[in-house]
Design a protein around this ligand. Structure first.
Ligand code: NAD
Length: 423
């Protein structure tokens, strides 16, 4: 991995910048540059032909000064320890910006889940949980789904955890199916949170979302719900969407049923057919002349080599780390509003927080309450971010939205560490 695209170097660089802007105490800065705990596990898994294959897994607890670590688990062939470290740092800032009582963590296994049958997937999920069981728990570290992991995988992991510890503890893992006390509303909470941010950002940009065009990169949990909700909530026209194979552009707007059919029948949305639709690459999708661009797939998609070609006025980072620091600076110069991942996609962890709260209290909410509480928390995060940016501007210091969010988040974690006597 090129050093400049190493996500952990990027996360450290972002922290360094925030530390400089806010005059962060040097001792606090040193603690926050590295994860508190890193676990690397070796996972023997029985495969369908009877042989045992060995996979490498990670779990990182970046910081737990404000509460137990919280963060998803990814099953991905390109997973690295540095990706997991970066994501766990971003989880720390995400929970802090949302002002919820959780720290940051992340996990991952290097594997290609597309090649597994269901039994192999279950065997791997159970092997991973067995290996990290003593490291996690409702008061220590609470995992959740992420790229290529599902509620079913969370249910297997929960079950394995109960076998290890000998009792039920539903607050150990979130993003579970509702049958095992997952939360109503959690499934689309990442995208829904992103939509509440989109609504607030559009207000501040005086953008009419009903007349706006949207392009979404990614057709997974985050991307697909961003597509459906932006149409349903605002009446926006989604003109492009993609998956790992490529994308489709239709100036007349896209139809969900046809997208689902193209995906199911051919394996990719790029084969979507309609009168004016044409296949486009993931690179071209990012450069479309749309009002709102939603990267909702993987990291490092907008870099210094293509940032100048981005035309959207509002960029909502629903994926984690889709924009490199150089590219953020270029977008800021172009006066595009680029709202950072740990604000835009925090609906996922806020939803997980609600699930955990319900699990540990044993009292369950309806979807309505879930949505109202999510709106309240994420709207406040957006407003805090914009207010901080304005407060710096009043002192003649120009900072982008990411740095404004960082300053708020880092300050809260540093204050918690100080109060606990860590420095
Ligand atoms: P997912 O596995 O459901 O979907 C991932 C999507 O990205 C798929 O459509 C896949 O085809 C596409 N993709 C993979 N490689 C690609 C490539 N090289 N180019 C373009 N597209 C590619 O995952 P998800 O849960 O939707 O997560 C997407 C992003 O959102 C990730 O960065 C994740 O960390 C972030 N996120 C997700 C949640 C959540 O609750 N699901 C919460 C917070 C952040």
């Amino acid at each position: 991995m090129a050093e400049e695209l190493n996500p952990f170097k990027i996360a450290q660089e972002q922290l360094d910048k925030a530390a400089e802007i806010m005059g962060l105490d040097k001792q606090a800065h040193a603690i926050l540059r590295e994860p508190r705990r890193t676990l690397i596990v070796n996972l023997p898994v029985k495969m369908r032909d009877g042989h045992t294959e060995t996979f490498t897994g990670f779990r990182v607890q970046y910081n737990d000064a404000r509460g137990p670590a919280k963060g998803g688990i990814r099953f991905h062939p390109a997973e690295t320890i540095d990706t997991v470290k970066a994501l766990s740092a971003w989880m720390t800032w995400k929970c802090s910006l949302a002002d919820i009582p959780l720290g940051g963590g992340k996990g991952g296994v290097i594997c290609d889940p597309k090649k597994f049958n269901e039994t192999e997937l279950e065997n791997l999920a159970r092997a991973y949980m067995r290996a990290i069981a003593s490291f996690v728990g409702p008061d220590k570290d609470i995992p959740a789904p992420d790229v290529y992991t599902t509620p079913q995988i969370m249910a297997w992991m929960l079950d394995e955890y109960t076998r290890v510890v000998g009792h039920n503890d539903f607050g150990t893992i979130t993003g579970k199916p509702v049958e095992v006390w997952g939360s109503e509303g959690r499934m689309d909470s990442t995208a829904l949170g992103g939509m509440f941010v989109m609504r607030e950002a559009a207000k501040s940009l005086k953008m009419n979302l009903k007349k706006s065009t949207v392009a979404v990169q990614g057709f997974g949990n985050a991307g697909k719900f961003a597509y459906t909700l932006s149409k349903k909530m605002f009446g926006s026209k989604v003109v492009a969407i993609s998956d790992s194979e490529g994308g489709v552009y239709d100036p007349d707007g896209l139809d969900l049923q046809k997208l689902e059919e193209a995906k199911a029948e051919t394996g990719s949305v790029k084969n979507y057919k309609s009168k004016n639709a044409k296949a486009i690459t993931n690179e071209k999708l990012l450069e479309l002349d749309v009002d709102v661009l939603i990267p909702a797939a993987i990291e490092n998609q907008i870099r210094k080599d293509n940032a100048d070609d981005i035309k959207a006025k509002l960029i909502l980072e629903l994926a984690n780390g889709p924009i490199t620091p150089d590219a953020t600076d270029i977008l800021f110069e172009k006066r595009a509003m680029d709202l950072p991942d740990f604000l835009v996609n925090s609906g996922g962890v806020i939803g997980s927080y609600f699930e955990w709260v319900q699990n540990i209290s044993g009292y369950y909410w309806d979807t309505n309450k879930f949505h109202t509480e999510l709106d309240k928390i994420i709207t406040k995060s957006f407003r805090d971010t914009v207010a901080t940016q304005k407060a710096y501007a009043a002192k003649k210091v120009k900072i982008n939205e990411r740095m404004a969010a960082y300053v708020i988040a880092v300050d809260r974690v540093a204050k918690a560490m100080k109060a606990r006597g860590w420095y």
